[in-house]
Ligand binder design. Structure first.
Ligand code: SF4
Length: 247
């Protein structure tokens, strides 16, 4: 079969346009510390974290609400106003179209950041190897033995594989732990374990109560002071960069 008989391959932009996007925030100063970015929320996540505030975008079968063309248009207008684009979710790495999407964004002269829950280590490796990522915010949700209690699945092996891949890559990153009333705990032990694994940039995030269930609120008594105590103890572990983000 000659090459001319093969069906034409979609262009890079054509492949990027397959990204299923649930939401687009045109201007954010919080999604990538120190950068002004547009944030793309990708549809779908295989995990079901009890504290998730994006539950309405977890279903992979729901079609995206935002065409990729909106991002094209935005970046065309904000060439000098944005540092980059952060792909978030849901779990952005779940979609194969993330790779051409990130590649297209980089081709437009923007940096690319990624929020990852850690469910797809192979795709993270592929993106890092292809030099498509300038920064990664990686969630580590609990000690390995407690992962299922947070995510509803046994995701620890994949998440810690992502961590190892990320640390080996040399790409800028932040490892984040989000805690909430009812979290399985061992918070300081987990931070210490991460430090031992070589994590230098670590953030402790307190899940917001806004919009949370009555059960969440009921368990929150005395919670703020407990979280502050953990933050103080973690600070003493000596991470090169430690951020505490209270609710
Ligand atoms: S991994 Fe993130 S998006 Fe997925 S359920 Fe958990 S908190 Fe929600």
């Amino acid at each position: 079969m000659s090459d001319s008989s093969l069906p034409p391959q979609p262009s890079l932009l054509g492949q990027a346009r397959r990204l299923n996007i649930a939401g687009l925030v045109p201007f954010s100063t919080v999604d990538w510390p120190g950068k002004i970015v547009a944030s793309v929320f990708c549809q779908g996540c295989p995990w079901r974290c009890t504290y998730c505030q994006n539950y309405e975008i977890l279903d992979f079968k729901v079609p995206g609400a935002v065409p990729f063309a909106e991002l094209e248009d935005l970046l065309g207008r904000r060439k000098k106003l944005l540092d980059g684009v952060v792909f978030s979710g849901g779990e952005a790495l779940a979609q194969a179209a993330l790779i051409p999407a990130a590649s297209w964004v980089k081709g437009q002269g923007f940096q690319v950041g990624l929020h990852a829950a850690g469910a797809y280590p192979s795709r993270l490796q592929e993106m890092l190897t292809a030099d498509l990522l300038d920064w990664v915010g990686l969630d580590i949700k609990a000690m390995p033995t407690d992962y299922r209690k947070v995510t509803g699945v046994a995701g620890a092996a994949k998440a810690f594989a992502c961590l190892e891949t990320l640390l080996a890559s040399g790409v800028n990153y932040e490892v984040r732990l989000t805690i909430y009333p009812g979290h399985p705990g061992k918070v300081v032990e987990l931070a210490r374990d991460l430090a031992t694994r070589g994590v230098k940039n670590f953030a402790l995030q307190q899940a917001r109560k806004l919009g949370a269930s009555p059960e969440f609120t009921a368990q929150a008594a005395g919670w703020d002071s407990q979280v502050k105590t953990w933050a103080k103890e973690i600070k003493e572990l000596g991470f090169a960069n430690f951020s505490f983000r209270p609710a």
